[in-house]
Design a protein around this ligand. Structure first.
Ligand SMILES: [Zn+2]
Ligand SMILES: [Zn+2]
Length: 244
């Protein structure tokens, strides 16, 4: 199947897991992963305090800068994506929440994180669109038990009423070194040719590409190259946070 609707098996499994998790929540009330307050996994005060992205931003890669117009990197090199929009600056509370979401198995954070994200991001371009997430290498996904970007993409697709791509639509074909601490050219070389897009699914379509954090945009660029090669006509990337 090319794409999975909101009532797919994956969705039903996720709903069943959520019901089980909610029942557990009655016995062990959730605590905010940022401030520790009892009541919700992410409290409204902490969400309200998430840092917004300084303006102006580059209209293509979304990098905050002093002047309006394209940033030096986008002037120098044409990006494979059309735009990147991030909801928050990767610092303080959102940084702590993303850490819990990725490394402390707090997968139920996907829903509150996405509702916070949607309050900030503009409505996406909708024509012939497919929601797709940045894939992890299968080995890393198995270790973690889930791909945080896929959980975000699933919640976004559901909330925006958009079709969600099946997990084999965009694949990571080789493992890459961690991007932490690498500069932009090294990051780009590190993730180049690491992705493959399924032409039968993405050909002629607009893609809403979802990831948790964008740092230099090198990973999103590499994914967009693969999606373009597979025939995607428009690629809009959205991320929860932006590291600068
Ligand atoms: Zn809190
Ligand atoms: Zn730029």
């Amino acid at each position: 199947m090319a794409s999975a609707g909101p009532k797919s098996t994956q969705y039903l499994i996720e709903q069943a897991r959520r019901v089980a998790s909610a029942s557990l929540g009655l016995l062990f009330p959730p605590r905010c992963v940022v401030c520790g307050r009892v009541g919700a996994l992410l409290c409204t005060e902490c969400i309200a305090a998430f840092a917004s992205i300084p303006k102006p931003c580059c209209p293509v890669c979304g990098e905050p800068q002093i002047h309006t117009g394209l940033c030096p990197k986008c002037r120098e090199q044409r990006r494979a994506f059309d735009s990147i929009q991030s909801a928050f600056l990767f610092t303080g509370g959102i940084r702590k929440a993303i850490h819990a979401f990725k490394y402390q198995r707090q997968r139920d954070l996907a829903q509150p994180l996405v509702s916070a994200m949607m309050r900030v991001l503009p409505d996406p371009h909708r024509e012939n669109i497919l929601v797709c997430s940045v894939p992890l290498h299968p080995r890393r996904e198995k270790e973690r038990g889930y791909n945080q970007a896929t959980l975000l993409a699933g919640e976004l697709a559901r909330a925006w009423g958009l079709p969600l791509a099946a997990s084999d639509t965009l694949q990571r074909t080789r493992e890459t070194e961690s991007q932490v601490g690498l500069d932009f050219p090294t990051r780009q070389a590190n993730v180049g040719d690491a992705f493959w897009g399924n032409q039968a699914v993405v050909g002629g379509r607009s893609i809403l590409l979802v990831d948790d954090v964008c740092t230099t945009g090198a990973t999103l660029h590499a994914c967009a190259v693969a999606l373009r090669e597979a025939g995607a006509v428009h690629i809009q990337a959205v991320t929860l946070a932006r590291a600068t």
